[in-house]
Design a binder for this molecule. Structure first.
Ligand SMILES: [Mn+2]
Length: 379
């Protein structure tokens, strides 16, 4: 059996009531009998995970080495550490949360330890019960380049094999957030693949293609806490003779719009009892007369409460302020860069700043300066 999954976001919610939630998927997978695990990026929530988080990932990956698998290795485009083929191999690409331009990222460091195999514009071929399985993978590239890199690589399906392609990009109409670019369309995807597994999108999708399927397994914990995430259960795909979606045990997540305090109380009083406290996001109109702290204290045992105030249309400034609070520092930085700098590749630029890569920053600035000078000459 193959397991197809992505976006564990290990380390998400550190120092909150939810900090252990991201690890439960690891235990569930270890309970399963798999032959091969295919992972479409964002194993970690950050580029430099805390050691506590890294240790959990390493423990999981090394446990896979003790498990039985019927998979046989045939060939790979690149040199691999044979230790990574022991037990149940974990074939991965890295996602946007891991990518570090020109620096080693956490997925690559686990690969160096022989705990997984990372693909970037490469493929690896196995055999399972007499059937050839070819896994092709392109790790995350800034959206701006996604179409070009994929076109240049031009992955070719292996003859007489089941071909699976791993990606971690926005693919129109599937876009993670309105702040991000999207360059790939479904019609740009290469043909001849039985399955294209795309990470990055955090809610599950199954899209039929001409010959094959585009799958998004979704993240294994809710991270965006939007309406879409509240409507779809989290899980992963398994592929034996047929494709199945297996839900994982997790907190319920409610996304509820209310107008009065009475409505909130009625909703919270009537929640069903569950082993795990649910996550409850409440969107409220007219909050001025409400003391949300009192409600939070009164119902703390009922669930992990998140309040979201709905904004009146006339208060543009207030809106920006609240919008800002919903973004991570990184997302907000990217938004500002995109608004304020008309010339450069904002995503790459922000990455270089985060990495403290002054040489890279200088190089990019120079490149942009030269480009704008050239444009001036010709205009
Ligand atoms: Mn992700």
């Amino acid at each position: 059996m193959l397991l197809l999954t992505s976006d564990f976001h290990l380390g998400y919610g550190y120092n909150t009531e939810r900090e252990k939630d991201c690890f439960s998927v690891l235990d569930e997978i270890l309970k399963e009998q798999n032959d091969l695990i295919l992972f479409a990026g964002d194993l970690f929530d950050s580029r430099v995970p805390r050691l506590e988080v890294l240790a959990e990932a390493m423990h999981f990956l090394s446990k896979l080495k003790d498990k039985k698998s019927e998979i046989k290795f045939i060939e790979c485009d690149k040199e691999i550490n044979m230790r990574a083929l022991q037990g149940v191999p974990f074939i991965s690409i890295y996602g946007n949360h891991e990518r570090r331009a020109n620096l080693i990222n956490p997925i690559q460091s686990l690969e160096n330890a022989g705990l997984l195999i990372n693909l970037h514009c490469q493929k690896i071929v196995f055999e399972l019960k007499g059937e050839k399985i070819a896994i092709h993978g392109m790790s995350y590239v800034p959206e701006k380049y996604s179409k070009d890199v994929l076109e240049e690589w031009a992955p070719k399906p292996v003859l007489n094999a089941k071909n699976i392609l791993l990606l971690h990009q926005n693919i129109e109409p599937f876009v993670y957030s309105p702040l991000e670019d999207v360059n790939l369309k479904i019609s740009d995807l290469p043909t001849g693949f039985d399955i294209i597994l795309d990470g990055h999108i955090h809610w599950k999708n199954e899209v039929p293609l001409k010959n094959g399927k585009l799958l998004m397994a979704g993240s294994t914990i809710p991270t965006q806490l939007n309406k879409k995430e509240s409507e779809v259960r989290k899980g992963y795909f398994t592929l034996n003779k047929e494709l199945k979606y297996r839900e994982i045990e997790q907190r319920d997540f409610y996304f509820k719009s209310v107008e009065t305090k009475e409505e909130i109380e009625e909703f919270l009083e009537n929640l069903p009892e569950r082993k795990l406290k649910p996550i409850i996001k409440i969107k409220i109109k007219n909050t001025s007369h409400l003391d949300l702290n009192i409600i939070e204290r009164k119902y703390r045992e009922k669930g992990i409460l998140i309040f979201k105030k709905e904004i009146e249309k006339n208060f543009e400034k207030q809106k920006t302020e609240i919008f800002r609070k919903q973004l991570s520092a990184e997302e907000y930085g990217l938004k500002l860069l995109k608004e304020k700098s008309k010339f450069m590749d904002s995503e790459e630029f922000l990455n270089l700043i985060i990495e403290d890569n002054t040489k890279g920053v200088e190089k990019l600035l120079r490149k942009n300066f030269e480009k704008s000078e050239k444009e001036k000459q010709f205009s």
